[in-house]
Ligand binder design. Structure first.
Ligand code: AHG
Ligand code: MN
Ligand code: MN
Length: 343
């Protein structure tokens, strides 16, 4: 007689899950499976350091300024190095690129190169570190375009449409890993006692009825008419829909994750705040494209206000883009307002 269990849910570790996913693809060599497993491991390492934060005296700013012109937090560097060092010697990658570095991150010559490239935002929402609010890591994996040898810029500048895997880690009340390899979206929660990610959110689909909208209202002064009207629409002020609740953490991963599970829209529009950044703040390759891939796998949609984020062909590693992401109806409504009133 099997033991009586309170729940019949499968206990599925991330390792078992990615191995089972691999079986769907008979041509798979296991490289991608191992790569994902390495990222889960990097996530555990980063999570253990973020939770220890102040205790380990690793909170606070360094004196460096990154390529985006922002102050680099120590945890940004730690997360950045963890991911790089976990992946530079495995023979699975041709190159990497990180939000924290201007150019490509090559694989050291002494190691073999592989068939994928990895692009990542090591720590997303780093302004929240000091206040113990959720932060995250975002990753993207593409198949290389070049044949062999060191990875090239062309390998990294691919549209989101070409993504093989995209995912994120969320360091919040608990640590979660959410990923998609193109056949649904799966969420795992880290059990800190056994050190394993267990499947908690099987085949995530954005609820049809949205609950939230997420935007930095403080910047309304810099918005064009379309965004003012769109926001009024989401607040139910023009009478088209009942008002949605506002939630904005200032960590894209946390804001996106909430809306993925509860339904809603996150937007960081183009604005007039900084003439150097006419496309808003978010980065196409490290933030918008991977989350757009996950949103579309969960039945949602992401747009820059004019076109599907997944169709944008990047021209540089750190290119920024306006982002509208979440329930399809709400994102399409943003496109409609922009068509009518401009940005
Ligand atoms: P990062 O910490 O990787 O630089 O990203 C921060 C981003 C994103 O997480 C968030 O949605 C956005 O910055 C918040 O910006 P505002 O403070 O301008 O609203
Ligand atoms: Mn970020
Ligand atoms: Mn970052």
């Amino acid at each position: 007689m099997p033991p009586k269990l309170v729940s019949h849910a499968r206990i599925m570790t991330i390792e078992r899950h990615i191995l089972e996913e691999q079986k769907i693809h008979p041509e798979a060599t296991g490289t991608l499976t191992n790569l994902l497993y390495d990222l889960a491991l990097a996530g555990k390492f980063i999570a253990s350091n973020t939770t220890r934060g102040g205790l380990a005296e690793i909170l606070g700013e360094t004196n460096e300024v990154n390529i985006q012109g922002e102050r680099v937090m120590k945890l940004d560097q730690l997360a950045d190095q963890t991911i790089y060092r976990m992946n530079d010697h495995t023979g699975r990658l041709a190159a990497m690129a990180s939000e924290e570095h201007e150019g490509l991150l090559p694989i050291p010559e002494r190691y073999q190169t592989g068939k994928y490239v990895l692009l990542y935002d090591p720590l997303d929402g780093s302004s929240n570190i000091e206040t113990n609010t959720s932060i995250g890591t975002i990753f993207s994996i593409y198949r290389r375009i070049s044949d062999s040898g060191p990875g090239t810029m062309e390998d990294c500048l691919q549209p989101g449409r070409n993504l093989v895997v995209a995912g994120y880690l969320l360091y919040g009340v608990s640590t979660m890993l959410v990923y998609s390899s193109g056949s649904g979206v799966f969420g795992f929660t880290l059990d800190p006692d056994i050190g394993e990610f267990l499947l908690t959110n099987d085949n995530i689909q954005i609820p049809k009825k949205p609950k939230y909208y997420s935007v930095n209202h403080g910047y309304q002064k810099y918005w064009g008419e379309s965004m003012v009207r769109y926001t009024q629409y989401l607040q139910g002020l023009d009478g088209q829909i009942p008002p949605l609740s506002l939630r904005y953490a200032g960590s894209l991963v946390a804001d996106f994750h909430r809306n993925l599970l509860e339904g809603g829209v996150f937007y960081y529009p183009a604005d007039h705040k900084d003439p150097q950044k006419p496309s808003g703040k978010l980065r196409l390759l490290y933030e918008a494209a991977p989350l757009a891939f996950i949103a579309s796998q969960a039945g949602g949609y992401a747009s820059d206000g004019h076109q599907n984020i997944l169709d944008i062909v990047p021209t540089s590693l750190h290119q920024r883009t306006p982002l509208f992401i979440g329930n399809r109806t709400l994102v399409e409504k943003a496109e409609e307002f922009i068509r009518q009133y401009g940005i």
